[in-house]
Design a protein. Structure first.
Length: 113
């Protein structure tokens, strides 16, 4: 389960940012997870609950935002409809994934003393 490795790095990043900001506590961590990222959101939430103890994230809520996969034409930038053949109907070139494979730490809410 690579979700545990992802959470370990997430907590490390949050701790680093909290130290840099002089935060007394972190109250919420928001992460965007793409549908094609290979991350199971439920397992990530469970891993977060396991890892956050005795860290700056101990009382911080984890908020996960799902990011849908969006494919588009690299030539004309037209989006390809979900479930359609992954090529542009106008340019007839293979579509490229524009979003949906990311794992992004989007926001850290902290209390600064």
């Amino acid at each position: 389960m690579h979700e545990y490795a992802i959470v370990a790095e997430l907590v490390r990043q949050v701790e680093s940012e909290a130290r840099r900001a002089g935060a007394a506590a972190v109250t919420r961590v928001t992460v965007a997870i793409g549908d094609l990222s290979g991350v199971e959101r439920g397992l990530l939430a469970t891993a977060y609950d396991v890892f956050r103890g005795r860290t700056v994230c101990e009382t911080a809520e984890l908020s996960l935002r799902a990011v849908p996969a969006v494919w588009s034409c690299p030539g004309c930038a037209r989006d390809v409809a979900p479930g359609a053949v992954l090529s542009c109907p106008d340019c007839v070139v293979p579509a490229r994934l524009r979003q949906g494979d990311e794992i992004v730490l989007e926001r850290i809410e902290m209390e600064v003393a």
